[in-house]
Ligand binder design. Structure first.
Ligand code: SF4
Length: 81
């Protein structure tokens, strides 16, 4: 999964672009639900939130590292279960 760093400026660019609905407005900044984030595997070649973020504050979540295969499994669970 991906992680939004706390220098997020709450510009709201990423939230509508997430194909998994994984981005939500948290107590202070936008956040990503790691259970829903497939890093855009199954949808796009690159994570679309990273593409649209104007300040590049979205990174790999060090606490939720997943293989390509695990991300595909999550995509299938989310969209074809
Ligand atoms: Fe925050 Fe970047 Fe999302 Fe804008 S696009 S809300 S700066 S994470």
């Amino acid at each position: 999964a991906l992680l939004i760093k706390d220098n997020c400026i709450n510009c709201d660019m990423c939230e509508p672009e997430c194909p998994n609905g994984a981005i939500y407005y948290g107590p202070e900044i936008y956040e990503i639900d790691p259970d829903l984030c497939t890093e855009c595997v199954g949808h796009y070649d690159k994570p679309t939130c990273i593409s649209v973020c104007p300040i590049d504050c979205i990174i790999d979540d060090p606490d939720h590292r997943e293989s390509e295969e695990q991300l595909w499994d999550k995509f299938v669970l989310l969209h074809h279960a």
